[in-house]
Design a protein around this ligand. Structure first.
Ligand SMILES: [Zn+2]
Length: 216
């Protein structure tokens, strides 16, 4: 059962005249790309770490709640609002904190007795920071591919499509030993152009995100 169908059932069960459940409000929120990405990452990390997809979905619910509220909440309140087990919520928040996917505000409740309250937050800056670090990883990978295409010369047999390094091609006198076809250097201009454009677009997007964080 998806959490969405579970929510739908809960909504139906609430008789009219009673306060609407908190989750009702979140459903109407339109999420932008960075927020959706964060929810995916959270779901994946918790599902994988705990080998528990159910907990992954609960984690995404917790982050969605904090994201849409935009302010810090104590874990008890998060658990109560989302109708989740407090132990589960605590576990989720601690794992996400390790991955820097939630922010922890520790506030003194009673300074004399040294009592503190933990409050958790998912700020816009955090969302953008996560997206930026993922984007940088993607750009790094694409850059390696681009360098491979531009700097590594190789030959290919137009008959059997076997690839030869520069040295191997030299050793077989630039003829394929399988079918005696002259080797050719493939034209990678289209691939190079595509990768270069993709990298440029991602870098532009990264810059746009940079200016968003600066103005935040
Ligand atoms: Zn060949």
């Amino acid at each position: 059962m998806s959490s969405r169908s579970r929510d739908a059932k809960q909504t139906q069960r609430v008789p009219s005249g009673q306060p609407k459940p908190e989750t009702k409000e979140e459903k109407t929120v339109v999420l932008d790309v960075p927020s959706k990405l964060l929810l995916n990452i959270v779901d994946r990390i918790i599902s994988f770490e705990q080998d528990n997809p159910e907990l992954g979905r609960a984690a995404a619910q917790v982050v969605l709640f904090l994201l849409t509220k935009g302010e810090a909440f104590p874990e008890e309140k998060i658990a109560a609002k989302l109708n989740l087990d407090i132990g589960e919520v605590r576990k989720i928040l601690q794992i996400l904190y390790r991955y820097s996917l939630v922010e922890l505000l520790r506030e003194a409740v009673d300074v004399e007795r040294g009592r503190y309250e933990n409050r958790w937050r998912v700020s816009r800056n955090l969302v953008v920071r996560v997206l930026k670090s993922r984007l940088r990883n993607v750009i790094d990978v694409l850059q390696v591919c681009l360098n491979e295409y531009t700097n590594t010369a190789y030959y290919v047999c137009p008959c059997c499509f076997k690839r030869y390094s520069m040295d191997d091609a030299y050793n077989v006198d630039f003829r394929c030993p399988r079918d005696d076809t002259p080797l050719v250097q493939p034209d990678t201009a289209a691939e190079v152009e595509f990768l270069a454009r993709l990298i440029k677009d991602l870098q532009d997007y990264l810059e746009k995100l940079d200016s968003e964080t600066k103005h935040a």
